[in-house]
Design a protein around this ligand. Structure first.
Ligand SMILES: [Zn+2]
Length: 386
């Protein structure tokens, strides 16, 4: 029994060491074997063995030094970035996005197809599977090289089971997406809330020290956040940490879809903004609101400024709760109303600590954030280093 446990422990340590070396090469390449010995304090023999293993699995390659400046016979190790890949998939209300992500966490291909995802879970899954097959064929990807699929979508997700508990935005409920996709493709699948997936790609975008403790706030068809603490997603007890859309900002305010009064979402989600304006004018889309806003329509201006005020309160609360290095704002809201960024800064000065505005940044990932993050998560989860 004791021997068995010892063997098990040794195997575990071996795997951990291999993972460590692989991650070091991935993040700090090009590295030499002596560099790895220095970083890990493992013996040259162990490093040699691990490097040989990684080499035989085709995950890394060796490149001879041609500059001569680093010393003779220096051999650099690099990640063989296209040796495997993963698929990132995003279900949004009216669109399916899909991309291919390599071992280095780079998006090498992306496709976006308009599709009525809302209220059509089965059709959306079928559509995504046929998109996947098309991409694999078009891009000439060997199926055996695909590590798995990562899926991001708005809503409450059981990330351990890969199951949507419910999504207000998509009107999906109790669906085991991971199982459904696996059944149709044979690819292992991981599912999470779309902002939690995007937070992973944001982490790769910002400076390492900024990304350690970071909150991503998404403002679009809904509003939510994803919290990264020490580089890891903070999930809370049921993976709903960050669902700030239903935090109360005005106890005497608007009635929210969830039945409560004064939720942040009831002031800033696309539907609520359009509904508030539609009482007085013909307004059906965010583009309509942007048009009225540019014309200086007073009601639309006040609806939007009120939304920004509540957003500033919510962000101020995020700063006091988590003390993040960085709050990244994402989503279409500020793409429609870029001038409101100044209004947000003014309001933040009012509702937040003085230097907090310096810690606000706007995401640069646009529509790629969720797909990229989902692909990175799947790649990391399903790469098995024997
Ligand atoms: Zn609510």
């Amino acid at each position: 029994m004791r021997d068995k446990m010892l063997k098990h422990d040794q195997l575990y340590i071996k795997q951990q060491n291999k993972q460590w070396v692989y991650e070091l090469i991935k993040t700090k390449e090009p590295l030499t074997k002596p560099d790895l010995v220095k970083h890990t304090k493992m013996s040259p023999t162990s490093i040699n063995r691990i490097v040989n293993d990684l080499n035989s699995e085709n995950l890394i390659y060796e490149k001879d030094n041609d500059t001569k400046s680093v010393g003779r016979n220096a051999v650099f190790l690099q990640i063989n970035r296209d040796a495997r890949c993963s698929i990132g998939l995003e279900f949004d209300m009216n669109v399916i996005r899909m991309g291919v992500i390599n071992l280095k966490g780079e998006l090498t291909y992306m496709k976006e197809v308009p599709f009525s995802v809302r209220e059509n879970p089965d059709l959306a899954i079928d559509k995504s599977v046929s998109m996947m097959n098309e991409i694999i064929l078009e891009q000439g990807i060997e199926r055996a090289k695909i590590l798995g699929v990562g899926v991001g979508l708005p809503g409450y997700i059981d990330d351990k089971k890969g199951k949507v508990i419910h999504s207000d935005q998509l009107i999906w409920k109790d669906m085991n997406i991971a199982q459904l996709i696996f059944d149709k493709t044979d690819f292992q699948t991981v599912v999470d809330n779309e902002l939690k997936m995007q937070a992973v790609s944001e982490k790769h975008t910002w400076k390492e020290n900024e990304a350690e403790t970071m909150v991503l706030v998404g403002i679009g068809s809904g509003i939510g956040a994803a919290v990264l603490i020490n580089g890891e997603i903070y999930r809370g007890s049921s993976n709903t940490a960050g669902e700030i859309g239903h935090s109360i900002v005005n106890p005497n305010g608007n009635v929210c879809k969830c039945g409560k009064v004064g939720c942040l979402a009831s002031y800033i989600s696309e539907r609520s903004l359009i509904q508030q304006a539609a009482i007085a004018m013909q307004a059906e889309s965010m583009a309509d609101l942007a048009h009225y806003y540019e014309q200086g329509q007073p009601l639309v201006k006040s609806i939007l400024e009120q939304a920004v005020m509540y957003l500033a309160i919510a962000i101020g609360n995020i700063f006091t709760t988590y003390d993040p290095k960085l709050v990244v704002l994402s989503g279409q809201f500020f793409e429609y109303f870029p001038r409101l960024k100044t209004e947000l800064e003014i309001r933040l000065n009012q509702y937040s600590q003085h230097d907090d505005t310096k810690r606000i940044k706007y995401s640069t990932l646009q529509n790629k954030g969720v797909v990229l993050g989902a692909g990175i998560v799947a790649g990391e989860r399903f790469l098995e280093l024997g």
